[in-house]
Ligand binder design. Sequence first.
Ligand SMILES: [Zn+2]
Length: 344
Amino acid sequence: MERKWRFLIPLAVLPLLAAQPLPAAADAPPGRPVDPRPDTGELTRHLKAIELKSRGRVDVDAIGTSNEGRPIFGASVGKGPLRLLYVTQQHGNEPLGTPAALKLLEDLGTERTRENRAILRAVTIDIVVRANPDGHERGWRYNYDPDADPEYGEPGKGYDPNRYHDPQVAPEDNPVPESAAVRRLYDRADPDLVVDYHMQGRYVDDDGEEITASVMWPTHPDVGSEAVDLSRQAVVASAEAMDESYDGANVSLYPGGDYQGISRNAYGLLGSGSVLVELSATGPDWEQAQIASAYDSMYATAAAAADGSLFEIDPGLADELPERGEPVPSAESRPLHADGDDLD
Ligand SMILES: [Zn+2]
């Protein structure tokens, strides 16, 4: 595929990449930087501008409302029979999937390249663009619900949206409006594949090289083999795209749990392929590269679904990805997840 964003690292730093955490990026990456954390107003304006500029190719709607009245946006592009559902920023303090989604919508909706047209003919992509706007505004993981006394979340603060996708809970019975909105869109779209974009802390692999993203398929034991196979094919497609996204990119498996309230498991249990992508929080100098990497995951998944190559991938290749290793020793101890980092 044609890669739209290339990030070049000065040759002098390359020897460092083999055995050490990412060095500070010496120069800003080429291309126009995007806002990594647009506020709700900016996000709204950007989505409306893309919708207008796309002349009907991108459709943006509020698919729900947060407890503080912020819109939860769903955007759709493409008219194909294969259905993909991407979700970004269920956890408010894991922002970088959201600007990647904006870039994807803008490119697919307004750039009439041959490859884009082929994708839009074959695939329909629905995207929940920032599932948790209240959490984003507060810079925290949870939604906002001062009355919450949750099993998963924090009393007086809110619920953890990515623990409230249990397939057996109907949207109208769900205490978390953000998770209910994702489920309602899921039910309407009936996607073949769901990809959920999060962020994790900083880790190295067994060779000491920094891991820049981790990926995983549904691990709940009741997920059907067809859904698991498609998930593993999509894990390989995303990992390959992200590994090639920029020099030093390094994708591992993610050590996630089996709970059915996690979207990765829930949408697998409902019969779809389902993938978790966790971008590492590699620091401000690498944010543009990480956004581009999430974009590459999104674009490559759609392109591979459109040309059928996704379904030719050997699902067993997923087992060849390295395990996630130890935390980066020098990383500041600011875990994204209050209760440990092995959490989707
Ligand atoms: Zn998360």
